[in-house]
Design a protein around this ligand. Structure first.
Ligand SMILES: [Zn+2]
Ligand SMILES: [Zn+2]
Length: 156
């Protein structure tokens, strides 16, 4: 699977259970009674997060609303820009139950195309270096070919 595809942990949840967070979906009846809503598969709030993670145009719109197109590195406001995943997706441990946070707003930043290109080049160089060292010395944990983030590196 492509490392940019967001993980969906509860894709096989039955109706009435949110496919995104795994919690029951509730509705309030006219009588005030609260019941499980078996017609639905998503909480509204969870669907918003899902769209930001999966749909590029929604992601770009949401980041634009928050940042106003200002580059987070150089502050330029009048340049073409891109949405960047600040902690790179190729470092994400997909078996982490909270891996989805890397696709959420807290990990998205506005970067002008120049700053984005520079960041990507640095990441590629760092990645290549790790791969070279692994070839030479072996993997320290021995069970993954990809470099992965340590929990201490993750601020959210
Ligand atoms: Zn949910
Ligand atoms: Zn910039």
């Amino acid at each position: 699977m492509d490392h940019r595809t967001p993980p969906l942990r509860f894709s096989d949840a039955p109706r009435g259970v949110c496919r995104f967070c795994g919690d029951e979906i509730l509705k309030r009846l006219g009588s005030g009674e609260i019941k499980s809503d078996r017609r639905r598969r998503w909480h509204n709030r969870c669907l918003e997060v899902y769209k930001v993670a999966h749909w590029g145009d929604v992601r770009r719109w949401a980041v634009r609303q928050r940042d106003g197109g200002l580059c987070a590195v150089c502050g330029a406001a009048d340049k073409p820009w891109e949405v960047d995943h600040e902690y790179p997706l190729h470092l994400v441990d997909r078996s982490d139950p909270f891996a989805m946070r890397f696709w959420m707003m807290a990990n998205l930043v506005t970067l002008c195309c120049d700053c984005h290109k520079e960041k990507s080049a640095k990441e590629a160089a760092a990645r290549a270096k790790i791969v070279r060292l692994r070839r030479k010395f072996g993997h320290p944990r021995g069970h993954s070919s990809e470099p992965q983030l340590q929990r201490a590196d993750i601020p959210f």
